[in-house]
Design a protein around this ligand. Structure first.
Ligand code: AMP
Length: 399
């Protein structure tokens, strides 16, 4: 699809088709526009955040969506593999200019067992884990891994949903009662029947993530490690960079670079990690999961990095060189859940940047984020305290 005189003549890709139209799609479009690219979205919610930035096609209009775009990417991890595979094939046949990331990355990310197995194959350390297909196998896993352990659905869970922490033997039957249906596919626990995964429970000291972008020529740019704090399973804050983690950065970088290269990944990806101690009391990181897309723990990079995770994703997808991922100043990104704060009160805080997602208020829904980036780092924690005072949902940050 071309628009007369709207683009520099050296650009061969004009329209990006994004699978999904949530806030991630919206922020991708915000990054694409200044580079001269526009976006269309495949999304069944007509008033989605991305609808402000481009045409939205429903899944019934898939053919129109495909016709409208030159190159494809995604912002929604549970995108059907069939759609992604078809877009990849169209690109392989020269009818379209690419589907990034490739289907394999999505297949791995949609299946916790496959994901952790791949991590271990690539010598990336994880918690010990086992697959569980029956109550009997759950008893075996509890005996072999020891308690406590975390039982998770291997597919379909997000924000801590589809998980049960088994603390004592008395919890085992209840855990199976709540999650066992995933194995047969009954109920709404998973999109398709799939084994459960039992994971050793880690007493981590911190949760961190690393974000990186891989270009079509295979070059990779990594952002600094960030420290993430959750409330009721939902990300509350990301601190960029994670203070005192420079000794862990080389391992984290090597892990994400190995994964991206193995998957022949193009675009931005996140790797979530636990920081814990090994038997010698030395800090180590254990990989938990990847997100094959731009990630909430990278929103700080819009203001906090020289080039944001969104812009680098767009650059990768359209085949442009990647930008510098260095930090500008330390920053803290705070998610706004449920209810909007007063914009006047938020913007009265020096260094506060507000990003609304234009969504209706609803309990625990991510509706905006705020990045605090004062130019004097000593003002960062005070700015957070000031912000928490004016947030309707304090996400445990006031205790
Ligand atoms: P996940 O859906 O795997 O990202 O898990 C959601 C949250 O549960 C993580 O952010 C951790 O806080 C916690 N969690 C997940 N797996 C484990 C584990 N094996 N041990 C301890 N805590 C975990």
């Amino acid at each position: 699809m071309t628009t007369a005189n709207a683009y520099p003549t050296n650009q061969t890709i004009y329209t990006l088709g994004i699978l999904g139209g949530g806030q991630l799609g919206m922020m991708l479009a915000e990054a694409a526009l200044p580079l001269g690219y526009r976006c269309v979205f495949l999304e069944d919610a007509p008033n989605c955040p991305a609808s402000l930035y481009g045409e939205v096609f429903t899944s019934e209009q898939l053919e129109d969506f495909i016709a409208a775009a030159d190159v494809f990417t995604l912002e929604f991890e549970n995108t059907p593999i069939d759609t992604v595979t078809r877009l990849q094939q169209l690109s392989d046949n020269g009818k379209k200019q690419g589907m990034f990331p490739p289907p394999l990355a999505l297949e791995v990310a949609q299946d916790r067992l496959r994901e952790k197995t791949l991590f271990n194959q690539l010598n990336i350390q994880t918690v010990p884990f086992q697959s569980v297909n029956s109550k009997q196998e759950l008893y075996v896993a509890c005996a072999e891994l020891g308690l406590p352990l975390v039982l998770k659905t291997s597919r379909g869970g997000y924000d801590g949903k589809g998980q049960f922490v088994i603390k004592t033997d008395a919890d085992i039957d209840q855990a199976w009662y709540e999650l066992g249906d995933a194995v047969t596919g009954k109920g709404n626990l998973t999109p398709t029947p799939a084994p459960l995964i039992a994971e050793g429970f880690i007493n981590f000291s911190r949760e961190v993530s690393i974000i990186a972008t891989r270009a079509q020529d295979g070059s990779i740019r990594c952002y600094d490690l960030v420290e993430n704090h959750h409330h009721n399973g939902i990300l509350a804050t990301s601190h960029a960079p994670a203070v005192g983690t420079s000794h862990l950065l080389p391992t984290a970088k090597a892990a994400i670079e190995t994964l991206m290269t193995h998957l022949d990944y193009v675009g931005t990806m996140a790797l979530e990690l636990f920081v814990t101690k090994d038997a010698n009391d030395k800090d180590i990181i254990l990989a938990n999961e990847i997100a094959p897309r731009v990630h909430n723990s990278g929103h700080w990079s819009i203001e906090g990095a020289v080039t944001s995770q969104f812009e680098n994703h767009i650059r990768a997808v359209v085949g442009l060189p990647l930008g510098d991922t260095d930090n500008v100043y330390p920053s803290i990104m705070v998610n706004v859940l449920g209810n909007y704060p007063s914009l006047i009160e938020v913007l009265a805080i020096d260094g506060a940047h507000y990003h609304t997602y234009h969504k209706q208020e609803r309990d625990d829904r991510k509706i905006a984020h705020i990045t605090l980036m004062p130019n004097d780092v000593t003002n960062l924690e005070p700015a957070l305290e000031q912000l928490v005072r004016v947030l309707p949902n304090k996400m445990g940050l006031d205790t």
